[in-house]
Design a protein around this ligand. Sequence first.
Ligand code: NAP
Length: 261
Amino acid sequence: MAAQAPLGSPPKPHPPVTDPTPLTERPLAGKVALVTGASRGIGRAIALRLAQRGAKVACVATTAERARETAAACQALGVQTAAYGVDVAASAPVNDLVSTVVAELGGLDILVNNAGITRDQLLLRMTEEDFDRVVAVNLKGTYNFIRAAARTLMKSRGRIVNITSVVGVTGNAGQANYAASKAGVIGLTRSVAKELASRGVTVNAIAPGWIATDMTSALDAKASEAIQAAIPLGRIGRPTKSPPPSTTSADLAAPTSRARP
Ligand SMILES: NC(=O)c1ccc[n+]([C@@H]2O[C@H](COP(=O)([O-])OP(=O)(O)OC[C@H]3O[C@@H](n4cnc5c(N)ncnc54)[C@H](OP(=O)(O)O)[C@@H]3O)[C@@H](O)[C@H]2O)c1
C-alpha cells in the first residue's frame, strides 16, 4: 500500500472528471454535504457525485489547499462549495470545522466520513505509533465528525455514510491496524444507526474492495496480480465508475434512503 502524502504537500494533478452518467435531475438540491478525504481518490469521486446531484459540498482534506481542486471541480457542476483543512483525528478542530461549514454553507444534511490512511506492516514489526495513528485517523476521525455533526444532523434528519473496507470484515495479513480500524467503523456505524434512527438520521457504511487510488498505487506488480486474481471480476475498481463507492454514497445520502447497515 502507498505511503501517505505528508501533511501539507502539494496535491497531484487529477484526471478530468469523466462521469459516465451525468444526471439531469438534482435530487440533492438544497442539501449541504461534508466529505472528508475529498482531495483525491474515492472521496473526490464522492464529492463530485454529490455535487452532480445538486448538493452544496464542503470538501475536507488535511489542508484547504489540498481540497481546493475538488471544490473547484464541484463548483464547475453548478453548486456552492468550499475547501477546508483539518486533521480528522483532532476532535476540537473538527468541532470548529463543522460549525464553520454549517455557518458558511447554511446547514448540514449529509456527512461522508471517507478520510483514511494505511501504515502496513506485519504485526511483529508494526510500531505502536503506526497502530495508534491508523486507528486515530480512520476510526477516531469518523467518531469525531459524527459527534460534532450529530445535533445538526438530527435537526435536518440527515444522512451519515462511513467508508469502511472489506478488510474490516475479512482481516488482512500486514494490515492489523487498518483492519481493526475499519472493523471499528462497522461497529460504530451499527451502534450510531440504532441511536439516531428514531431521530430520522440514517447511518450506513460502505465497504469497498480494492479501488485504484493513491492508497493502492504503490502495490508492487506481484501483490497487485494476487489481489486481482482473488477478485471474481478479475480487476480492481475505479473511484469514478458506477456503481460503488461514489454512486452508492450518493444513493445513501438521498432523503428517500432508508437503508441501514
Ligand atoms: N483504495 C482502496 O482500495 C480502498 C478500499 C477500501 C476502503 N478504502 C477506504 O476509502 C477511503 C478513501 O481511500 P482512498 O483510496 O481514496 O485514499 P487516498 O487516495 O489515499 O486519499 C485519502 C484521503 O484522506 C485524506 N486524509 C488522510 N489523512 C487525513 C487526516 N489525518 N485528516 C484529514 N484528511 C486526511 C487525504 O487528504 P490529503 O490529500 O490532504 O492527504 C485524502 O483526501 C479510506 O477510508 C480508505 O480506507 C479504500
